[in-house]
Unconditional design. Structure first.
Length: 177
C-alpha cells in the first residue's frame, strides 16, 4: 500500500498588543487563523479533522509573512490580504469564502446578500454553515457578515472578537475618508 505524504502544518502563536491567537500554514499558504485567546487545542482539534496525520511544527519564521500582514491589518494599515491561502473546502464553501473576500473593508453584508451574490438565494442556512466553517478568520472576513436586521450573529472567534474587528474597521474606514 502506498503511503500518502501528509503536508506539514506550521504554526505560531501570534501576539500583538491585546490580540493573541494561533495561525497555521502549509508550504502552500495560510490554512488557519484561530480565535482570540483560545488555547492550542482549537488548532490541534481543527488540524486532526482537516489534515489528519499531518505533523504540527512550531515555526515562527515560516509564518512571518502571514503574521506581518495580519499585524498590519490590526494596526489599520492593511485592508486586504495578499498572502497565499491553502484552504480546502467544498465548491460551495469556496464560493462563499471567495464572496466574503469581496466585502469591502469597513462594510457588512447579510447572509442573504452572500447567498444572492453566489446565485444561491435560497441557500441562506447553507451560507451560514459555510461561513461557520471558515478556517482563516480575519483574512477571509466572515466577521463582516451580520443578521438581516444588522444584529451581530455567531462567529467562531466569539462575538467580542467580531465586535472588536468591526469597530476597528469602522474607525479605520472613517479615518481614510
Amino acid at each position: 500500500m502506498k503511503s500518502e505524504n501528509k503536508p506539514t502544518l506550521y504554526w505560531f502563536l501570534l501576539k500583538y498588543k491585546d490580540w493573541n491567537f494561533y495561525i497555521a500554514s502549509t508550504s502552500k499558504g495560510l490554512v488557519f487563523v484561530g480565535s482570540q485567546k483560545k488555547p492550542f487545542g482549537e488548532l490541534s482539534e481543527w488540524a486532526k479533522k482537516r489534515f489528519q496525520g499531518s505533523p504540527l511544527v512550531e515555526d515562527e519564521e515560516k509564518l512571518e509573512p502571514y503574521a506581518v500582514e495580519i499585524i498590519e491589518y490590526l494596526e489599520g494599515k492593511r485592508q486586504t490580504f495578499t498572502v497565499p491561502f491553502d484552504y480546502n473546502g467544498t465548491v460551495f464553501q469556496l464560493a462563499v469564502w471567495n464572496a466574503l473576500c469581496e466585502i469591502p473593508y469597513g462594510q457588512t453584508r447579510t447572509y442573504s446578500d452572500i447567498a444572492n451574490y453566489i446565485n444561491k438565494p435560497v441557500a441562506v442556512r447553507a451560507v451560514g454553515a459555510a461561513i461557520g466553517a471558515n478556517p482563516v478568520l480575519i483574512t477571509v472576513p466572515c466577521h463582516r457578515v451580520v443578521g438581516k436586521n444588522g444584529a451581530l450573529t455567531g462567529y467562531r472567534g466569539g462575538l467580542e472578537m467580531k465586535t472588536k474587528l468591526l469597530d476597528m474597521e469602522r474607525q479605520g474606514s472613517s479615518s481614510n475618508k
